[in-house]
Design a protein around this ligand. Sequence first.
Ligand code: BGC
Length: 480
Amino acid sequence: MDKKINKHVYFVATIAAFGGLLFGYDTGVISGALLLIKTQFAEPGALQMAPELQEWVVSVVLIGAMAGALISGRLADRFGRKKIIIATAIIFLLGSSISGFAPDVTWIITGRVIIGLAIGVASFTVPLYISEISPKKIRGALVSLNQLAITIGIFVSYLVDLGFAETPEGWRWMFIVGVLPALVLGIGMFFLPDTPRWLLSKGKDDAARLALEKTLEPDNIQNEIDSIKQIITSEAKNKISIIELLQPWLRPALIIGIGLMFFQQFTGINTVIYYAPTIFQIAGFEGDFAPILATTLVGIVNILFTIVAIWLIDRWGRRPLTFLGLGGMVVALTIMGIAFNQAEVLGSSLKWISVGSVVIYIAFFAISLGPIAWLIISEIYPLRIRGIAMSIATFSNWLFNFIVAKTFLTLTKVLTIPGTEITTTDGLQNSNPAGAFWLFAAVGVGGLIFTYFYMPETKGHTLEEIEEHWAKGKHPRKLK
Ligand code: BGC
């Protein structure tokens, strides 16, 4: 394919992936910000905010994201992908400013809900936009760019957290820096066209042709327009509703999408992403700086292994990678649990074992469920219901994410074996997270069983072949 065309598509996808960057930045930033917020807004007489309130500060973003994921499918169809992504950038700007200038916790929470709304919309529309502008041959790599952007966003948030960890009220800056990528996204998207598919669905044929001229060679343009129009006409004839997803032939696809999102979230990824510095403090790192520094290492490993995944996904296939990744996560979680359970015996070595096992855990997540869950939901649904189906799977992702984030600190309290509480150097008594890690490990074992019996291998299949597989009523595992 023409190099100039390739470069252009990568450029456009990169601008759109700034939405993924914001997704990552705004979900990761809270880990370091929380350490400062929880002491600044402690109840009079207490050393830190009540754990329940801390959980709200972390997880309220996810309520916004759930709402965003649910409504974005319809809005993106009505107003176009481009306008919705620009609107998302504006909402990001608003939310970042409100939480950055917040006078109290209520305002922080308000700003975080607004940011959440933007994240929910971005998590759905960015992959949609990228997949619709991409030529078939490089669509996989381009869509995965979004997951890479998420991990880069998380890492940058850790660096920014680190930079402001010792600044008075540094959490304000941590939130406000999020304004910069939002500006790049908003301004960048303003100059890009909408997707040819959406333009054609609105009868804007000339604009669609112009957009296609930048992503396809001249000879292929008319063909592409004809095939998109054909799909649009057939979609208009057979109106598809959510109900169709419940039909026996599509039920496996629905279960796989929601199932993968369940295992992606219930194996505890975001307890690490949101609470890593807190976990490292409990493991024995002192102050705010060292735990955040250890967390940046987690961020780097997350990026590097996502790159490894992008490289391996089309070579090894989705199933082997998911097996390997889940297996490694289960082992790392079990070690984490044993280490925290034996905190007394291990003494100061606990902090290094905790960093080691968290790093191993994140590496295995990054080569498997991180990119693969999002990739699979963009592959397994028939084109005509991909929008609704993806938004349901995305919603379930945020719902599960919310449940885990909201209950983690309470869970550690409930599952602490009496007598294993850990007192950190600042004098705080903390519940022992061992039980929670073991619970996540057990869910991981469930994930391995689910993968073995239920996950299809989509590598090397066209989307039409996958659709045909469902239409024939075949078992997901038979797709090899
Ligand atoms: C997940 C997020 C997670 C991120 C970590 C994404 O695939 O959906 O919940 O925070 O990966 O890299």
